[in-house]
Design a protein around this ligand. Sequence first.
Ligand code: ATP
Length: 218
Amino acid sequence: MPMHVIYGGTFDPVHHGHLRLALEISDRLGVDYVSLVPCHIPPHRGQTGASSSQRLELLRLAVAGEPQLRIDDRELSREGASYTADTLRQLRAELGPDEPLVMVVGTDAFAGFDRWREWQQIPGLAHVVVVRRPGPALDPSSEPARLLAERGVESPEALHDSPCGCVLELDPPLLDVSATGIRERIGDGRSPRYLVPDSVWTEIRRQGLYGACPDGNF
Ligand code: ATP
């Protein structure tokens, strides 16, 4: 039985931290590909630096030629805010009741999981893979910690045995890159080269995104 894995984010812009993580997840979970799901209007964040179509274009350039990474742009075509529960419900309807569906989140995002809209519905729709990121550990008395204690599984194989409902913590190597750092660097006139694919940086400069100077050097 195949397994469907989604990895959501603002990708403003996509960078090597995202891309390496998605590839690691694909390898560790034993799936053919991971779908990157850019969100339209992140419910927990303010304005993005680039428009939806610009972020999507950068993602397309970033994954070109990499069969283990795909893009699912459904949240960009939906009106208004994108809620994960809506996306998972839609995917569940497409995949049918039996195919395992997995959503990937960082520990930072998972720590606020109980503030997501309809968060209690999510384990009934998908498995959750929590990727350990540097920063504070989960508060042991929080709802997300309770969810992990109740539903935690030890190995990726367990996710293949049921369609939803498990939480798996993974601790893959992470690159110390953030989109915030990249936007700041570009805004300051410094190069983000080697933090993002060259094709992404070329397009950022071509369109003058994040304050990049179109005819600046590499
Ligand atoms: P920003 O700096 O704008 O907050 P970001 O670089 O953290 O952005 P997002 O699009 O917000 O990127 O992140 C999407 C997902 O990717 C989140 O689950 C986040 O935890 C994860 N993520 C972000 N940066 C990295 C990284 N360097 N390595 C692994 N995961 C990352």
